[in-house]
Design a protein. Structure first.
Length: 233
């Protein structure tokens, strides 16, 4: 495995008019993976994705799910739950990667999503954020997990990008140092990360407008009116 990152044209964001302006923060990307094994291929793939994202100008953070309790088996004040929720609030885009277990995402990965609420007070932690989905397979290529992750992303009101990555026989795709070997599967990961950064920059400062809903505006107006009427009694 060459230690060199792909030769990407980093001017493409500026040429498209979507590069961060002076003083703006880098795109903030949170990466989640779905296995606590010592040699976890979903973690190795996420680490490879993080290298690419940073090469593309993003800031990344990877959440380690080890020690995260089962949903509802601990209070929300648990340190790992708070760490996860804080990272979700910090992010403006995310990468989700899970191994396929019995034709589905792993319990380790699902537990992370189940600890993320749709609402935290007046804040919707995931609404309007971008999402890229990936999976690793122990055998032949499958798309079961990425399809399920897309359903979850829609439920969490995220903008899931069109491209995705599924790596078959993942144990053959990484070297002893944990780096992904050159292959069409690696090239696809590059494609996915580049597309994620593009969408994150394109949607920056536009999420609130895009996810604004008539039903929510109506509900908010009714709640305000109810409070006004309550005060006048």
């Amino acid at each position: 495995m060459s230690e060199q990152l792909p030769n990407l044209d980093l001017s493409l964001f500026a040429n498209a008019g979507i590069a961060p302006r002076p003083g703006e923060t880098k795109p903030r990307i949170l990466l989640l993976y779905g296995s606590t094994r010592e040699r976890s291929f979903s973690r190795l793939l996420v680490e490879e994705a993080a290298r690419l994202l940073e090469h593309l100008g993003a800031e990344t953070r990877i959440f380690n799910p080890s020690g995260l309790p089962l949903p509802d088996d601990a209070p929300v004040t648990h340190p790992k739950v708070q760490e996860l929720r804080d990272l979700v609030l910090w992010s403006e885009g995310q990468v989700w990667c899970s191994p396929e277990r019995h034709g589905a995402m792993s319990a380790v990965f699902k537990a992370q999503i189940d600890w993320i609420p749709l609402e935290l007070g007046a804040v919707r932690p995931t609404q309007g954020k971008t999402l890229a989905v990936m999976q690793v397979c122990g055998g032949s290529q499958s798309f079961n997990v990425v399809n399920q992750l897309r359903v979850l992303g829609r439920w969490m009101r995220m903008f899931t990008i069109p491209n995705q990555s599924s790596v078959p026989k993942a144990f053959t795709e990484f070297d002893e140092a944990g780096r992904m070997k050159p292959s069409p599967f690696y090239d696809r990961v590059v494609d996915v990360m580049e597309e994620l950064v593009k969408f994150t920059l394109l949607l920056r400062d536009r999420q609130e407008f895009l996810v604004d809903r008539y039903s929510q505006r109506k509900e908010t107006a009714e709640q305000l009116m109810a409070r006004v009427n309550q005060r006048s009694i």
